[in-house]
Design a protein around this ligand. Structure first.
Ligand SMILES: NC(=O)c1ccc[n+]([C@@H]2O[C@H](COP(=O)([O-])OP(=O)(O)OC[C@H]3O[C@@H](n4cnc5c(N)ncnc54)[C@H](OP(=O)(O)O)[C@@H]3O)[C@@H](O)[C@H]2O)c1
Length: 261
């Protein structure tokens, strides 16, 4: 049995962060959430030095979906976490989460996530960069977005390989308490077992809601962002680690009326 470790989770009350917190606690470690509600703001760096004091690892999940805050939170937050970790007498292992396929994707959030990855890659400290595909709840949101009454619009040829957020949280926890790299390292790309056409996901989500499956209007991609999605930029490669609950199992546990992302 490994000695209990103190692990800070930025965004520890968020969707992914709370899964990391539960996994760490279940493994017998001390999990400490750091977010604005606990007085830590990664955008300004406030509170980070204090909360990282004595931490052996930090899992950085805090982020934003507000495009106006990508520079401050997605990029600035990652920089502040790395800098605060580097200031500790023994810098904690920094584990960050990004998204599969952000390399050359023109979508602004993905560009910001790639920028955050580059900060990790250029840092000279123990850090592991993990990527995941879309969580099941986000894939279900994609499937609901295009529906207007009996018709669902979708991008022709767009595919997704969604993943179980609980499993991603467990893997991040395991990586955080696992071997500490000497410098920046690339962790696994995490994905789920099933690959779907968006139209198939739309059908599954409609059936779950007890609605007549919509007539699918498969539209061609228009512009660089849609083209990147249709061209499979967000699909995992052959080396990705596959695990977690299947999309259908996840869907069966959801209320009929799906909400959120
Ligand atoms: N959703 C997906 O499908 C998916 C797939 C792959 C990777 N990811 C990545 O997973 C990560 C977590 O996503 P999520 O869905 O768990 O997000 P989330 O539920 O929105 O949680 C984000 C957390 O970040 C905290 N936060 C936001 N701004 C902050 C700030 N300035 N300082 C400190 N904390 C701040 C928030 O807590 P407070 O409000 O208390 O500050 C919130 O609890 C992101 O990096 C995302 O890119 C997501």
């Amino acid at each position: 049995m490994m000695d209990p470790m103190r692990v800070v989770v930025t965004g520890g009350r968020g969707a992914l962060g709370s899964q990391v917190m539960s996994a760490l606690s279940a493994m017998g470690h001390e999990a400490v959430s750091a977010s604005r509600r606990s007085g830590v703001d990664v955008a300004s760096g406030a509170g980070l030095d204090r909360v990282l004091d004595g931490a052996e690892a930090v899992v950085h999940t805090a982020d934003t979906v507000n495009p106006r805050s990508y520079a401050a939170v997605t990029l600035g937050g990652t920089r502040h976490v790395l800098d605060a970790a580097a200031r500790q007498d023994t810098p904690p292992h920094v584990v960050t989460i990004s998204i599969v396929g952000v390399d050359h994707h023109p979508y602004s959030y993905y560009r910001a996530k790639r920028g955050a990855e580059e900060l990790v890659e250029r840092s000279d400290q123990p850090a592991t960069l993990v990527r995941a595909t879309q969580f099941h709840s986000l894939a279900a949101l994609f499937a609901r977005l295009g529906r207007i009454g009996p018709i669902a619009m979708g991008l022709r040829g767009m595919q997704l390989q969604p993943v179980d957020i609980g499993w991603v949280g467990r893997r991040l926890a395991e990586i955080a308490v696992g071997p500490r790299p000497d410098g920046p390292a690339r962790g696994p790309d995490l994905t789920g077992p099933d690959r779907f056409d968006l139209t198939e996901l739309t059908r599954l989500v409609s059936e779950h809601a007890g609605r007549t499956p919509p007539r699918i209007l498969a539209l061609p991609a228009y512009g660089a962002i849609m083209t990147a999605f249709v061209d499979g930029a967000i699909l995992p490669g052959p080396d990705a680690e596959i695990g977690g609950e299947r999309f259908a199992q996840w869907l069966a546990r959801q209320p009929k009326r799906l909400r959120g992302r």
